[in-house]
Design a protein around this ligand. Structure first.
Ligand code: KIV
Ligand code: ZN
Length: 514
């Protein structure tokens, strides 16, 4: 059995999904969960792209001990220097360096000849190797590149010190057969190929990212890049959980294994979905809500008689608990603490107290608090930047009647601690509420999406709202949860505004330091 290394790029390519913007605490929580999941390498971001990304990569590199942490760099000295500054404290600093190799990219984007691209690639790998023990070199748009040119440039970057060669299907254009043949060609035509490992990186534009990744494995790739839930640019990246489970379930066919801890998959998927605001489709393989639901009578009958008649993956294998009823009104602090440790949360004493208060408040109105409810409460508290001043919802009231003009009255405290309140109307309750909050925060806001879902079942279930908007042209995402849908909607809106406010404050602080 050959090991296939898992390279997770949820925090880099995944974060490039339209509308996704994670704050530093969220990125760190995702990184810790990816470490628990057992990814071999995590791409924590693109340090030269922004101050925020630089800081997040640095923090993750300082924190994560059991996965190798990497960051992306274009083929420029300044990108490599930024990456080194961010990654130098990692257990095993690793650089992910890329340049495009396809005729389309070289001609129109880089405006460079193939020979110039070879020179730049070799110079930059040589430069990177002065600091980084591990340098992965990616041929962007490899699947649309000329194979002889690809073989030539790969041989040269290996001589310059690259340790991993990645051949991305950047635009999700290739087919499994073609992609596999490319790996075979490179293995057979690059004389020094045995000095490196080969990596696959697939996008899902034609829905073939997972199939293409598996074809690469069959043809010599020993590292697979992708994201959890398959999030990423455009149609996304290969879903790592699908690849890992496919290799496991079909080990009769694939003589390969990964070190992923499969029972951490569900939690990782939930956390990423919650933080990114990208809902997992119900029918998504491995982690979708319906992936283990059997609807037809014939199927239900079969599963009851013998689960394997229609179930090839057990829910338990990927960490889906069948019984997630937990705590209630009479549960004390000890039981609560035990439960949150079981759920894998590590909170400071202060945040633990805050979480316990939120839990007790919920038990006043909700008889049974489930793991899913706790997950929402705990992740919100864990990633709340409580020491930064922000807008806070103090009170609100919405009047709605089938023959009335919906009207909302809202009271907020501003980041300066001032209490402000006003009332506005709208075509519906949510619009009235949002018009009112917008007036109070005095920003130019354009709502682009609004999604409401329930956490678990029952009339008393928690509501969770995700919104995407632009605040003064900056795209941002926000989330809120509450038993009341309007309160969840208000919290999501304010959360999004606060995110822009935090970024602005952090940038101002940074400028003041410089
Ligand atoms: O898809 C791609 O080509 C990439 C590179 C930066 C590796 O993400
Ligand atoms: Zn990519």
């Amino acid at each position: 059995m050959t090991q296939i290394k898992i390279f997770d790029t949820t925090l880099r390519d995944g974060e490039q999904s339209p509308g996704v913007n994670l704050n530093q605490l969220e990125k760190l929580e995702i990184a810790k969960q990816l470490e628990r999941l057992g990814v071999d390498i995590m791409e924590a971001g693109f340090p030269a792209s922004s101050k925020g990304d630089f800081e997040a990569v640095k923090k993750i590199a300082q924190t994560i001990k059991h996965s190798s942490v990497t960051g992306l760099a274009r083929a420029t000295k300044s990108d490599i220097d930024y990456a080194w500054e961010a990654l130098k404290e990692a257990e095993e600093p690793r650089l992910h360096l890329f340049i495009a190799t396809s005729p389309i990219h070289m001609t129109y984007k880089l405006k460079k000849s193939p020979e110039q691209v070879i020179d730049i690639a070799v110079d930059m790998v040589t430069y990177a190797k002065k600091n980084f023990p591990q340098v992965e070199w990616s041929a962007e748009d490899a699947s649309r590149s000329d194979l002889d040119f690809l073989a030539k440039i790969i041989e040269k970057v290996i001589d310059a010190g690259a340790t991993v060669i990645n051949l991305p299907d950047t635009v999700g254009y290739t087919t499994p057969k073609e992609y596999g043949q490319m790996f075979r060609y490179i293995r057979e035509n690059v004389p020094n190929i045995d000095k490196v490992s080969l990596s696959a990186h697939c996008h899902d534009d034609l829905g073939m990212a997972v199939a293409n990744s598996l074809a690469a494995i069959e043809n010599g790739a020993t590292q697979i890049e992708g994201t959890i839930n398959g999030i990423g640019e455009r149609a996304g990246n290969a879903a790592l959980e699908e690849i890992a489970v496919a290799l496991n379930i079909r080990n009769d066919f694939y003589p390969y294994y990964t070190n992923l801890v499969l029972k951490e998959i569900k939690r990782t998927s939930d956390l990423i979905s919650k933080f990114t605001g990208m809902a997992v489709p119900g029918n998504k393989a491995v982690v979708g809500r319906n992936a283990f639901a059997h609807e037809s009578g014939i199927h239900q009958d079969g599963v009851l008689k013998h689960a394997s008649t229609y179930e090839i993956i057990t829910p338990a294998m990927v960490g889906i608990q069948s019984n997630n009823l937990v705590l209630g009104k009479h549960s004390g602090r000890h039981a609560f603490k035990d439960k949150i440790e079981q759920l894998g949360f590590q909170l400071t004493e202060e945040k633990l107290m805050e979480a316990f208060k939120a839990f007790k408040l919920l038990t006043d109105t909700k008889k049974e608090v489930t793991d899913d409810d706790l997950f929402v409460i705990l992740t919100d508290i864990q990633t709340d930047i409580s020491d930064i001043k922000k807008y806070q919802l103090k009170a609100f009231q919405v009047q709605y009647g089938s023959h009335n003009l919906p009207t909302a009255t809202v009271a907020l405290t501003t980041p300066d601690g001032e209490r402000v309140e006003t009332a506005c109307t709208g075509q519906g309750s949510v619009e009235a509420l949002y018009n009112t909050i917008e007036t109070l925060v005095k920003e130019n806001i354009h709502l682009t999406s609004f999604n409401l879902s329930s956490i678990g079942q029952g009339r008393d279930a928690l509501a969770e709202v995700h919104v995407s908007m632009t605040v003064n042209e900056t795209p941002v995402h926000g989330r809120g949860s509450s038993q009341d849908v309007l309160e969840a909607a208000a919290q999501a809106f304010i959360n999004a505004v606060n995110r822009v406010f935090f970024t602005k404050t952090a940038e101002e602080k940074q400028k003041a330091k410089i």
